[in-house]
Design a protein around this ligand. Structure first.
Ligand SMILES: C[S@@+](CC[C@H](N)C(=O)[O-])C[C@H]1O[C@@H](n2cnc3c(N)ncnc32)[C@H](O)[C@@H]1O
Length: 347
């Protein structure tokens, strides 16, 4: 017999999910929560959603069940080379800049926060391995984290079907995967670079473990959070990043109105941010003088960017230097990729 989730129970469950993970289930998504938790009711022998809610609160197995809950309420859509513009930005701008910053200690730390089944971190690893042979001998770490244990188990397995790898260039496919019966298994070169672990982005204590990061990719994750939860997570990202670091989010996402810790660094349809701290000028000017980025803001004043004393946007001010190759796709029109309409991922 199918039981319905009462409005009251929906409110209790969604409050619990929000408190534990920051994930937001608006009123319109009641049906989704109901259908996603249906199997959990069966597996825990709960007859109603209310009983299941109490199971999550009081049962001796509640910690284990919380992991199952996270597995159910997350959306894990991903694939290799998902966003060509961002990958291009990574190879042409972000990595060269990070390499320059880190030449002395020859160490690079990247973080895919909300990595799902691993396609994103392995994509970054392929770009590093294939296009930056000069990094051989460097200490390269790609930290790949997710809240869903189920999806991390798939990531660690590293076996993908044709749908996942459809954008991988054939030469990369041959070099970095072992193909067998229509399945592609990630090889040792990429595995060596990527470290998977379970991390809840909403858990400030877990987030404190991340420091000295050069680049954070958190793409298509923040869309599932409300402004308050985003603020909390983005503040943790701020603390985790080096001053020269960059935060990349999805094309359909924005930190607009979230906080003033970060300044947008516009690059075509890539949405990325640098720290709005006293050192923000350095990485940004470097990019601009290399002819790679076009600043559309000026940082005024110094001091704590958590205060209100920093201006985020100002009109395009610095012309690209003449004589340097400039990608034809540079957009100076803002952080949303030329003012495009914000899109939501299907949940
Ligand atoms: C749509 S996938 C994005 C995958 C990849 N970043 C991409 O763009 O292809 C969103 C991922 O965020 C993870 N996620 C959601 N809430 C999270 C949280 N509180 N902490 C950590 N990961 C979370 C989900 O489990 C899911 O795998």
């Amino acid at each position: 017999m199918t039981v319905a989730m009462t409005q009251d129970t929906f409110h209790r469950l969604r409050a619990m999910i929000y408190t534990k993970s920051g994930l937001e289930f608006p009123e319109s998504k009641k049906y989704l929560l109901e259908s996603r938790l249906k199997q959990r009711l069966a597996d825990t022998h709960c007859r109603t959603y209310e009983e299941y809610f109490n199971y999550l609160r009081f049962d001796p197995n509640r910690d284990k069940e919380l992991i199952e809950l996270f597995n159910c309420v997350t959306t894990n859509e991903t694939y290799f080379f998902r966003d060509h513009t961002q990958i291009d930005c990574f190879r042409r701008l972000i990595l060269p800049h990070a390499i320059k910053e880190r030449e002395k200690n020859r160490k690079l730390r990247m973080w895919c926060a909300g990595c799902s089944s691993g396609e994103e971190p392995f994509t970054l690893a392929m770009v590093v391995a294939e296009e930056f042979p000069s990094l051989a001998g460097w200490n390269i770490e790609i930290l790949a984290t997710d809240i869903s244990e189920h999806i991390l188990a798939l990531a660690r397995r590293g076996v993908y079907g044709p749908y996942s790898v459809r954008n991988v260039p054939p030469t990369y496919l041959r070099k970095y995967f072992a193909a067998s019966e229509g399945q592609y298994t990630v090889g040792p070169i990429l595995r060596k670079m990527v470290k998977f672990s379970s991390v809840n982005l909403f858990d400030s204590v877990q987030m404190r473990a991340f420091r000295d990061i050069d680049v954070i990719f958190c793409r298509n994750v923040l869309i599932y959070f409300d402004q308050e939860a985003k603020r909390k997570i983005v503040t943790s990202f701020y603390d985790a990043l080096l001053d020269s670091g960059v935060l990349v989010i999805g094309f359909s996402e924005s930190l607009s109105g979230v906080n003033r810790l970060f300044l947008p660094l516009p690059w075509n349809k890539t949405v990325m941010y640098g720290k709005a701290s006293s050192t923000v000028a350095a990485p940004y000017t470097t990019l601009a003088s290399a002819g790679l980025a076009s600043p559309s803001f000026q940082s005024v004043g110094r001091g704590d960017p958590r205060s209100e004393g920093v201006s985020i946007h100002s009109p395009m001010s610095s012309p690209i230097p003449t004589g340097v190759p400039v990608p034809s796709t540079i957009s100076g029109s803002g952080i949303d990729g030329g003012g495009g309409k914000l899109k939501r991922e299907p949940r």
